[in-house]
Ligand binder design. Structure first.
Ligand SMILES: Nc1ncnc2c1ncn2[C@@H]1O[C@H](COP(=O)(O)OP(=O)(O)O)[C@@H](O)[C@H]1O
Ligand SMILES: [Mg+2]
Length: 232
């Protein structure tokens, strides 16, 4: 069953077309990666899906309900949650407080907060100040907070950015574990080892347009993709 269905999505900023007629879908249980050069429109795509931007044209439906144009809090209630390219934590609050202060009105209880920290593998850090956590743990904490709203679809914007190899391997396991808990994943990532090893499908954006879509194997040998992105 198609969870997220995007048709002909276009988003312009003045004279700049950040997304142009993009068709896209995520099925239940899938890990789909969205890749492409910087400025391709990947984050703008997330911003349209999560209600930060309204589409200029096109449709976005989630579980057969129109969500385009809903405000972010409403989109979260429908079951879509996200993390941000630039970590957005409350740096002076503890890890536990950060999880209990999700963007949603409904706050996670302390018990649920501990559960989420355990799930992402940072429970010993519950009372540490978020800003003092190692970088990889901050990324995990952001994921825990996104999970607090109990999404059916989780959007991750460059979660491996700045991570070392060890942290990246751990992140890969965590993403698989999330998917195994019946949460579908939409992943923006430049780390090709991560993308190619865990994705069911990969969609490539270039200059706001969908350049290619396929299995990791198909994408890796697609001449257009190699030219625009992978070859670099
Ligand atoms: N709020 C905005 N106002 C103006 N231009 C924007 C805005 N958001 C994104 N853009 C532009 O849209 C294009 C795509 O950006 P973005 O979606 O962040 O790319 P990516 O995430 O693929 O690197 C870029 O040219 C960027 O400058
Ligand atoms: Mg981006």
């Amino acid at each position: 069953m198609s969870l997220l269905e995007v048709k002909n999505l276009t988003r312009s900023f003045g004279g700049l077309t950040a997304l142009s007629n993009v068709d896209f879908h995520v099925e239940e249980g899938e890990i789909v990666s969205l890749i492409g050069p910087n400025g391709a429109g990947k984050t703008t795509f997330f911003n349209c899906v999560t209600g930060i931007y309204s589409p200029t044209s096109g449709s976005i439906t989630f579980r057969d309900e129109v969500i385009a144009g809903l405000r972010p809090g409403r989109v979260a209630e429908k079951g879509i949650s996200r993390t941000f390219q630039n970590i957005r934590l409350f740096a002076s609050m503890t890890a536990l407080e950060n999880v209990m202060t999700s963007r949603e009105e409904e706050k996670a209880t302390e018990e649920k907060g501990h559960h989420l920290l355990r799930f992402v593998g940072i429970s010993p850090r519950a009372n540490s100040t978020a800003g003092n956590l190692p970088y990889g743990d901050q990324r995990r904490l952001e994921i825990a907070r996104a999970l607090a709203t109990e999404p059916k679809l989780l959007l991750l914007d460059e979660p491996a950015a700045g991570m070392n190899q060890h942290e990246t391997d751990g992140l890969k396991s965590l993403i698989s574990k999330i998917r195994n808990n019946a949460i579908s994943i939409l992943l923006i990532e430049h780390h090709m080892k991560v993308v190619m090893s865990i994705s069911n499908r990969v969609v490539v954006l270039d200059h706001g347009e969908k350049l290619a879509e396929g299995t990791p194997k198909e994408i890796q040998k697609n001449p257009d993709v190699i030219k625009a992105y992978l070859g670099g």
